[in-house]
Write a protein that binds this ligand. Structure first.
Ligand SMILES: *[C@@H]1O[C@H](CO)[C@@H](O)[C@H](O)[C@H]1NC(C)=O
Length: 272
């Protein structure tokens, strides 16, 4: 079983505007500019941590949006959920500031405690202000333009797209890294690396990312939501929480709203 990996090159010469006039300004003007810049955050950049809930939601949402939008529709596309271990692996690799794939991917136990294989997509850009989680993922998804589902062939680069919409891949974990001293194999300027790791790995040569014969969700084992297969798996711990909620709630005031809370709890922690 072999995997094919591709990388994504993206260079944009976008300078931080106030810096351009910096050299032409007097000392007082410079001071003023410094205040304005610091105050507006024009030149400062804060990148999300792997525990940032908004970042996690953006990553998961954008992947599932792409997965539910495939054409032709998929019979067996699993809903994707966040995996902390994959995010930790992505962060550990991104920290090295190298625009290349994690050299330990071939050795699955080194990159994830339980999955037999892990895939990876990498986006890089400079300057750092250019980074946007949603846009970076969209860049991968845009490769669909060069991909033919009928032929299972690719014109340019499609590997990022096919990994994003690989039906059996149901876990994702991403990380962003600021690289102040440049990114090896990409730029000597300050840049950003965005790495997503996936389990189990997609991009198995000779296979399509998903099956389509039979129509959307026709091969889901549990429920279907937005053309994606979802599964509600209850662990022992969750059963205890569930029981607790039921105990705290008498039958007279138990409402569907409570049930929704429980469902969300289960979804976020397990399965897809
Ligand atoms: C990132 O891009 C998306 C889509 O273009 C946009 O809606 C969002 O506001 C952007 N986020 C930031 C922080 O600029």
């Amino acid at each position: 079983m072999s995997k094919r990996f591709t990388t994504n090159h993206n260079i944009t010469a976008l300078a931080c505007f106030p810096l351009l006039i910096w050299s032409m300004a007097s000392a007082v003007e410079r001071l003023l500019w410094a205040c304005i810049i610091l105050d507006s955050g024009v030149c400062s950049i804060s990148l999300p941590a792997i525990t940032d809930l908004k970042f996690i939601e953006e990553c998961v949402k954008e992947h599932n949006l792409a997965r539910s939008s495939v054409s032709p529709p998929a019979t067996d596309m699993l809903y994707m959920t966040w995996d902390e271990a994959l995010a930790i692996t992505a962060k550990a690799w991104a920290k090295r500031c190298i625009f290349d794939h994690n050299i330990y991917l071939k050795n699955a136990p080194r990159v994830h405690p339980s999955f037999p294989s892990v895939g990876e997509n990498i986006w890089t850009g400079s300057p750092p202000s250019q980074f946007n989680t949603t846009k970076a993922i969209k860049r991968w998804v845009d490769e669909v333009r060069d991909y033919s589902y009928q032929e299972n062939s690719c014109n340019k680069v499609c590997g990022h797209y096919t990994q994003v919409v690989w039906a059996s891949t149901y876990k994702v974990g991403c990380a962003v890294q600021l690289c102040p001293d440049g990114i090896k194999h990409f730029t000597s300027e300050k840049g950003v690396l965005f790495v997503c790791n996936y389990a189990t790995a997609g991009n198995i040569i000779g296979r399509r990312p998903y099956a389509s014969q039979g129509g959307a969700c026709s091969k889901c084992s549990d429920t279907c939501e937005n053309k994606l297969c979802r599964k509600y798996q209850v662990s022992l711990v969750q059963c205890e929480k569930l029981l607790l909620i039921f105990k705290q709630t008498t039958s007279s005031n138990f409402s569907p709203a409570h049930f929704k809370d429980v469902k969300i709890l289960i979804r976020n922690q397990h399965g897809y």
